[in-house]
Structure formats: C-alpha cells, structure tokens
Design a protein around this ligand. Structure first.
Ligand SMILES: [Zn+2]
Length: 228
C-alpha cells in the first residue's frame, strides 16, 4: 500500500515545532478565535495557494474554493460562506481570484458534454455568452482564454455585489469592498483587474437593489445620527 500520505504527518510535526519555535503561544492564540479582514474566493486548482502567494498567515484569510471560482445564488456553499463572512466575521474585503490556465474555464470554452460537470460549467459558459461579441473578436485562442478568465472573475464579483447581505452591510459600514484579481502562475504575479465596486453597485442597484428593507434604513439613519 502506498503510504506517501504519511509524509504529511511528518511535515505536520515539523510545522508545529517551527511555529512553536517562533512563538510559544502560536497555537493557543490561534485557538482563541478568528477575525480575518479578507474573504478569498478562488479556484480549487492545486497550484494556486492562497495564503502563500498573498503572504498571509493562519487566521488572516477566510477561504472558499471551487472549480473556476464561481459564485452562484443557487449554490448554498458559496452563498453561506459569503453571508457568514460579511455578517459575522465582518470582513472588509472580498476577493475573487481567478488564474490563467484555469482548467474549469478551458473546459467551459469547449462546447462538449461533460456529464455531471455540465451545470457547473454552464455558469462559465453563461459568462462567455454575455461577452460573446468581445471574446469572438479575439483571434488568438490563448488571448481569448485569458480574457474569459478575467471576465469570469468580473462576473463573479458582480454576482457577489448582487447579494443582499453585501449591499446591506455596505450601506451601513462602507464595507465590504469586492475585488477581482487574477493569478498568473507563469510569473507568480497577482494582477488587480481594478473592478470598480462603487460603479458596479450603483449600476446593478437599478435592477438588484435589495437595500430598501426598513431595518437597513433604520440602521443607516442611526449611523448618520451617530456621525452628526
Ligand atoms: Zn482553475
């Protein structure tokens, strides 16, 4: 039987020693609780290591990962993560991070039947449909693929901004801000797509405004009174 996984337990022992060597209270502090400033939504791809590439430590990043970093209103998993991060952890920034060379985005670009994966890939194919004119105009297939990775990130940011919990908290606290990034694994660089959160929010509120509930308005009023 292949016991290569046992290396992981050896690694774990070394990691514990290393951490305690640097800070004797590391694990007792870790166990006290979390208040991360960032929610990271990224791809499950094994080559994209969120904390490592961002230089963050345990407790600093709340993480959700799935194939091609998709956020869909009918997916309880991602929406529960976002709602918890926004309402309870009160994260200040939500980052959707895609990556060039994404297998999920690549699969979505080929119109073939992939069985159980179809409903998931359809969410990315829908992004292609929205931007079909722009994408079809790109002759180079690699560039078209890279652009779909970026547009997919942008659309998932929009899906997050559509959520009531995000709009409601932003009105009251001026947070969270939603960011769209792409990781380029050929260079290791994180690229900021400069998503204009405020502009997208005001644009989509014409259709998706979910902030008229009386409790949001009364909280906003209270906040304004405190500031006066
Ligand atoms: Zn991927």
């Amino acid at each position: 039987m292949n016991k290569s996984y046992e290396t992981i337990f050896e690694n774990n022992k070394k990691w514990i020693e290393e951490k305690i060597g640097q800070d004797a209270d590391f694990f007792s502090n870790l166990a006290k609780g979390q208040s991360p400033e960032y929610l990271y939504i990224g791809c499950s791809d094994s080559r994209v290591s969120a904390e490592e590439m961002m230089g963050l430590h345990p407790g600093e990043l709340f993480v959700h990962r799935n194939i091609a970093n998709v956020v869909n209103t009918l997916d309880m998993n991602s929406t529960a993560v976002i709602q918890y991060a926004v309402e309870h952890l009160k994260v200040k920034h939500i980052i959707v991070c895609g990556h060039y060379g994404c297998g999920g985005v690549k699969a979505a670009m080929n119109p073939e039947d992939l069985g159980l994966l179809n409903p998931w890939l359809r969410l990315i194919r829908d992004v292609y449909r929205i931007y079909q004119k722009e994408l079809d105009a790109i002759e180079c297939e690699h560039k078209r693929y890279d652009r779909l990775v970026e547009l997919n990130v942008q659309e998932q940011c929009i899906n997050i901004i559509k959520m009531a919990c995000v709009q409601e908290r932003y009105i009251v606290d001026d947070y969270p801000i939603v960011h769209g990034w792409v990781f380029d694994m050929k260079t290791g660089k994180l690229i900021d797509l400069d998503i204009d959160f405020e502009e997208i929010l005001s644009d989509i509120q014409k259709v998706y405004d979910l902030t008229n509930s009386s409790w949001v308005m009364s909280r906003k009023k209270n906040k304004n009174l405190q500031n006066d």
